[in-house]
Design a protein around this ligand. Structure first.
Ligand code: FRU
Length: 684
């Protein structure tokens, strides 16, 4: 399956040459008011009703989505669908290469709505183009670059006519145009929402603010990210897709972003993979899985159509970069949802077992609770419903989102993201949504899950603030899990920097005696530098500043807590003159505490999200020792407690320069038996 030459790499290299620049010696020209930038129809002559000064529209906040060039464009919609007429430009000389490039949108009836080119002398029409990108499945109020090629007429005096002869009133019976360029040297657009998103990202990526950007965690190049999707290995790379809105730092119009990595630490943006461009997914391409089949990379995702109906669709790629949605979509329709609500049937997890493909899909039940339904397929196209493997009312009005299945020897572990489980116990279910695991066996033929510890027995993975919607892959010798390091219903300060969302450090999972331990992915060790080893530091009711600083640190500490006597001992991280994040063992509680109250810029909640700044993990010292391993990355901390018995993940927003580290003990004394520190440095 691994090939020597990566198809994906070849595609990426070829693509990077598209912008290598123009090789010929032409120049581009304009004519009077060719981009409608006077804000009026100055220098254009209208007949009929379709065009007036009112048609020249000022770009608003959707400028980038509509693809307006400059401040104004011509939008025939302002005269209504039924109006007809023409608009004629001034005469100009057809210079350069004889190609006229311009932006065109709407114009459903391509024989009645078009742009034509005419000889000044005779009025003879010498060229005509219409909106060939019009596609009834796309939102068509956006313009694409198109070319009218009249190179046989170079040097002639000519004029353009914008023509709307479509008197119908059933939508898009008008034309939008902008930015006519004579001797246009660029390429045409391909009219797809995927290339829109890729171009938008390329053009705007430098507008993203850097203050809180991580250095070794995956983040969107620009815009919003939520769930990781389709975690898989294909053609020499790990591929990770994710829920993505490139156009703003808020959740909206879900696309699939795509990143690739050789080692799960350094990620490369591989460009948007899926956009909501079909009738059945126009309200969003939601979470799902990925798998290789016969050399192709396949994505199974939730397509959200009119009325919020959720079904599952398949997209296939031959190069690992460009995906084609299959004609027979949706491949799992809402008729197969069993008793799930039609608008809550989502997040297929895709895997193969003994030569059969399976998917596990979450559904919200009509009453309370949720279920997980198992399907099988031989070809990824035709899916048989096996049955509901698990259902529960534990989630109340919520459901189990983003199911995953992990294989540990002959044990199967269901990992899901249950919504709305809360608990009065402070070390359990303190976020609005959680990630849990259930250990047992699945009968793949009859679709039955037997939980080894009792039907609803499940445990929460991460006791921090920001951990949701995992993706898991089971490799031959290890199971790897990663998650969205963020949480619904909160707002984070990076939003004003044009980005939001990140993925945790990938973790290796180990199942020991009915408990899953999480270990940092082993490849991260290749990025450890500047090792410092400290030992035997006693703190007696005091703070001890350690002799190093840093905001991209790996710290591995063992604290002897036998003399704490009800006190607290641990670390102040991201320490500045008046801020710090405290992570410590509280002997009176028997818990590790992650306190970000005084970390820096505060995180807000949209809902009444409870306590936002303190989290607890119940933990027992082993031979009087608490082990804390930290990964700091500019605005995030992940803690692995007692060799990964629990983790705590959280985002923090310290000021620049708040990068000190203190060891402390309050109301007692403790000994830092050992501490190993590394800087985690990627790309140096
Ligand atoms: C989980 C989730 C999924 C859904 C996706 C939409 O975070 O709600 O259930 O597919 O996000 O972006």
């Amino acid at each position: 399956m691994k090939k020597n030459v990566s198809k994906l790499l070849t595609v990426l290299l070829l693509l990077s040459c598209v912008s290598c620049g123009n090789q010929n010696n032409f120049e581009e020209y304009s004519f009077a008011n060719a981009g409608f930038e006077t804000g009026l129809l100055t220098n254009w002559t209208a007949t009929g009703d379709a065009f007036s000064d009112n048609s020249v529209t000022i770009a608003d906040s959707s400028k980038d989505k509509i693809h307006v060039v400059g401040n104004f464009y011509l939008n025939g919609e302002s005269s209504g669908n039924a109006a007809t007429g023409t608009l004629q430009s001034t005469t100009f000389k057809l210079n350069g290469n004889g190609k006229i490039g311009f932006m065109i949108g709407a114009g459903k009836n391509q024989s009645l709505v078009y742009v034509s080119l005419h000889l000044e002398d005779t009025g003879e029409e010498i060229g005509r183009v219409s909106n060939k990108f019009f596609n009834s499945e796309n939102p068509n109020n956006r313009m694409y670059r198109i070319i009218l090629n009249a190179s046989e007429y170079i040097g002639e005096n000519v004029y353009l006519k914008i023509v709307d002869n479509d008197a119908q009133n059933d939508g898009y019976n008008y034309i939008m145009v902008d930015d006519f360029i004579v001797s246009y040297l660029g390429d045409e657009d391909d009219g797809s929402l995927v290339s829109d998103a890729r171009k938008y990202t390329e053009a705007n990526k430098n507008n993203v603010g850097n203050e809180y950007r991580h250095t070794y965690h995956l983040m969107p190049t620009i815009g919003w990210m939520n769930d990781p999707n389709g975690f898989t290995y294909y053609d020499g790379y790990y591929h990770l897709f994710y829920q993505h809105n490139p156009y703003s730092s808020n959740w909206d119009t879900m696309h699939w972003g795509h990143a690739i990595s050789k080692d799960l630490v350094v990620w490369e943006d591989a460009g948007v993979a899926l956009a909501p461009d079909k009738t059945y997914d126009k309200l969003g391409v939601y979470s799902g899985g990925a798998i290789e089949k016969d050399g192709t990379l396949n994505l199974l995702y939730t397509c959200v159509g009119d009325g919020g109906v959720q079904q599952q669709a398949l997209a296939t790629s031959y190069d690992g970069y460009n995906f084609t949605k299959r004609a027979s979509n949706p491949v799992i329709s809402s008729s197969q949802r069993l008793n799930s609500r039609v608008t809550d049937f989502r997040d297929p997890y895709l895997f193969e077992k003994d030569g059969v493909y399976y998917t596990l899909i979450g559904g919200k039940l009509e009453g309370e609770g949720g279920q997980l339904i198992l399907y099988s397929s031989k070809d990824l196209m035709n899916w048989k419903t096996i049955g509901s493997v698990y259902s529960s009312t534990l989630t109340g009005g919520g459901m189990f989102e983003c199911p995953n299945l992990a294989f540990f020897g002959d044990k199967e572990v269901i990992i899901t993201s249950p919504q709305s489980i809360r608990d009065s116990e402070i070390s359990n279910y303190q976020n609005i949504h959680s990630v849990t695991y259930q250990i047992g066996d699945i009968d793949f033929e009859n679709g039955v899950f037997t939980n080894e510890f009792g039907q609803d027995s499940m445990e929460e993975f991460d006791k921090g603030f920001d951990f949701y919607a995992t993706q898991v892959i089971s490799e031959e010798d290890r199971v790897i899990m990663l998650a969205w390091m963020n949480m619904w219903s909160r707002s984070y300060p990076t939003a004003t920097d044009q980005w939001a969302g990140e993925i945790t450090l990938p973790r290796e999972l180990e199942l020991v005696d009915g408990h899953i331990y999480q270990k940092p992915i082993r490849e991260i060790e290749n990025y450890y530098q500047n090792e410092v080893i400290l030992s035997n530091i006693d703190a007696n009711n005091e703070n001890i500043a350690l002799d190093f600083r840093g905001n991209t640190l790996h710290l591995k500490a063992e604290i002897d807590v036998s003399s704490l006597n009800g006190g607290k001992s641990g670390f102040h991280l991201f320490k500045g003159s008046d801020e710090e994040t405290s992570i410590y063992y509280d002997d009176s509680l028997g818990m590790v505490v992650f306190n970000r109250k005084n970390s820096g810029v505060e995180i807000d909640s949209f809902d009444d999200d409870g306590e936002l700044n303190v989290r607890y993990a119940s933990i027992e010292p082993i031979n009087d020792v608490i082990k804390l391993e930290f990964f700091l990355d500019v605005s995030s901390i992940e803690v692995f407690i007692n060799d990964g018995y629990y983790t705590m993940s959280g985002l923090v927003y310290p000021s620049e320069g708040s990068d000190g580290v203190e060891f402390f003990a309050t109301n007692g004394s403790a000994t830092l038996n050992s501490l190993v520190k590394h800087d985690v440095i990627v790309g140096a």
